[in-house]
Design a protein around this ligand. Structure first.
Ligand SMILES: Cc1cc2nc3c(=O)[nH]c(=O)nc-3n(C[C@H](O)[C@H](O)[C@H](O)COP(=O)(O)O)c2cc1C
Length: 187
């Protein structure tokens, strides 16, 4: 299996409107594959403006927020591509689409890194941040997963939240739990 890095991908439409989405970018040599499922704004944007930014952030509220109706996070101009980057990124890679492999469900955009920059120090792993990312993936697949699997995994991830979360992780976790409860119609 290829290595996948969980990032926040920014793209833009032809009018310059930015779109922010959590996407697992797939390593292929020195390149990265962005593989958005149809239909998606990221997919439409990559066709209209074949550039993206892979934003590396440890603010997991961005992952949870994008999946729970909180898509507006501050952005700032990138260095060489016509797509903004996340202002809070610890580091980012600017990407240019080199090739597209068409697919019915999940086309693949092979991207070359055209610029990279670091902005702030990475200050270590935190289990609650990882738990929020895992819960965000579950929350993005509620229609496809059996409820027992979601319940079991959330119960396990909750342990890391209880033991290691700071305020940002607690807030992100709260947004995701609200979405999951609303999906199942639970009180
Ligand atoms: C950690 C993480 C990784 C994800 N990776 C992908 C991905 O590779 N492809 C994809 O289509 N959606 C992925 N998703 C789900 C998208 O973020 C979500 O469906 C989003 O709405 C994409 O659609 P959009 O471009 O219309 O916003 C991921 C979600 C999370 C939390």
């Amino acid at each position: 299996m290829p290595m996948i890095r969980e990032t926040i991908v920014t793209t833009a439409d032809a009018a310059g409107n930015v779109h922010i989405a959590p996407i697992g970018i797939i390593a292929e040599g020195d390149d990265w594959i962005i593989a958005p499922f149809r239909p998606s704004t990221t997919l439409d944007n990559l066709r209209a403006v074949p550039f993206a930014v892979a934003n590396y952030t440890d603010d997991v509220r961005v992952f949870a927020g994008c999946l729970t109706g909180r898509p507006d996070w501050p952005t700032t101009a990138a260095q060489v591509v016509p797509v903004p980057r996340l202002a809070a990124a610890l580091a980012h890679a600017e990407l240019a689409v080199d090739a597209v492999t068409e697919h019915d469900q999940r086309p693949r955009f092979r991207c070359r890194v055209v610029h990279r920059a670091a902005h702030a120090p990475f200050e270590g792993f935190n289990r609650a941040k990882a738990a929020v990312v895992e819960a965000a993936i579950l929350a993005s697949r509620l229609g496809m997963l059996p409820r027992e699997k979601v319940d079991e995994e959330i119960a396990y991830l909750q342990i890391a939240i209880a033991k290691t979360a700071g305020p940002a992780e607690q807030e992100a976790w709260g947004w995701l739990m609200e979405k999951i409860r609303a999906h199942y119609g639970a009180p």
